[in-house]
Design a binder for this molecule. Structure first.
Ligand code: NAD
Ligand code: UDP
Length: 312
């Protein structure tokens, strides 16, 4: 049993991480300022013996009483709509916030876990993306606050590892979806599913030929725990290597939700990566991890959740 600090624990992925840790008997201290999180995501955990919630901005000094075995740093807005709305906060939490979490881990002798992203590869020139690829990132474009903050966070993490001896783990998360995504977060899966359920046209940006690889959240979290518990520092890709164009995704969502919605086209945002797919060789070899949930199955589960919470 470990005592684990989870920053960003009331967000989409973080709330599933908290749940998985509690389920196996770990104690969880969730630290979140709710900037993009939702208290509803952890409402069912409040009152659980092993669960504590601290409302705090980790870009300000972070302290937790008592022993800590693991610090999992997932706090960061992650949606393109947030890139426009709160770019400075994103840079802060990736840089100052990551430093604060590393300092906490060092002071407590805890293992530090960073939620990095496939965005460190930018608009990749190598396909699929292995961890050894250094990426193709616009350093000052409209996604730069997120991409560069995460790249800096990785650099900070490995500097703390090398110079201060902190035990670290770094996961590069590829597009992940599932229950508890914010309906209004602007990401493609939440947009398409809510549009399909409401009979509105699905908004495909550009000509829809750009690709992504979508990982169901349960698979993603299983990968996090394997990395957290194991001896491999990473960085390691965790995602699903099934690759789909946005037009293909729209068709899957329409089919699975049995929707009468049509497809409409809207302009492609600047610097939108043209393709993305994880090379999972390392995850298979080092963590014996593989995704198991197909896109159709994951979309069905996510649509059922949206239907129940939105009353659609
Ligand atoms: P999310 O917005 O649902 O969760 C982020 C959480 O962090 C929210 O609860 C938010 O309130 C909290 N937070 C943000 N800034 C904070 C701060 N300064 N102090 C305290 N709490 C703060 O997003 P998510 O999709 O669950 O992403 C979780 C993590 O995974 C992020 O680090 C993100 O970069 C990473 N990630 C996610 C994806 C994905 O597809 N979902 C892909 C790549 C990386
Ligand atoms: N996208 C889309 N319609 C939408 C929202 C997004 O076609 O309503 C596209 C977007 O341009 C991108 C892909 O879907 O090419 C994935 O977008 P998302 O924001 O989910 O993730 P990211 O771009 O960060 O991988």
């Amino acid at each position: 049993m470990a005592r684990v600090v989870v920053t960003g624990g009331s967000g989409f992925v973080g709330s599933h991480v908290c749940e998985a840790l509690l389920e196996r008997g770990d104690e969880v201290i969730c630290v979140d300022n709710l900037v993009t999180g939702n208290a509803d995501n952890i409402a069912h955990l409040i009152g659980h013996d092993g669960f504590d919630f601290i409302r705090h901005d980790v870009s300000h000094q972070l302290w937790v009483k008592g022993p800590v075995d693991r610090v999992m740093h997932l706090a960061s807005p992650a949606s393109p709509v947030d890139f426009e709305r709160i770019p400075i906060e994103i840079l802060d939490v990736g840089s100052i916030g990551t430093r604060n979490c590393l300092e906490l881990a060092e002071a407590k002798g805890a293992r530090f876990f960073l939620a990095s992203t496939s965005e460190v590869y930018g608009d990749p020139l190598v396909h699929p993306q292995p961890e050894t690829y250094w990426g193709n990132v616009n350093p000052n474009g409209p996604r730069s606050m997120y991409d560069e903050a995460k790249r800096f966070a990785e650099a900070l993490t490995f500097a703390w590892h090398r110079a201060r001896g902190v035990d670290v783990r770094v996961v590069r998360i590829f597009n992940t979806y599932g229950p508890r995504m914010r309906p209004e977060d602007g990401r493609v899966v939440s947009n398409f599913i809510t549009q399909a359920l409401q009979g509105q046209p699905l908004t495909v940006y550009g000509d829809g030929s750009q690709t992504r690889s979508f990982c169901y959240v349960d698979d993603q979290v299983r990968g996090h725990l394997a990395l957290l518990d194991g001896e491999h520092t990473g960085p390691i890709n965790i995602g699903n290597d099934g690759e789909f164009t946005m037009l293909e995704l729209a068709e899957v969502v329409i089919k699975v939700t049995n929707s009468a919605s049509e497809i409409t086209f809207a302009p492609l945002p600047a610097d939108d990566p043209t393709r993305r797919r994880p090379d999972l060789t390392e995850a298979n070899a080092k963590l014996s991890w593989k995704p198991t949930v197909s896109l159709e199955e994951g979309v069905a589960r996510t649509a059922a959740w949206f239907q129940s919470v939105l009353g659609l």
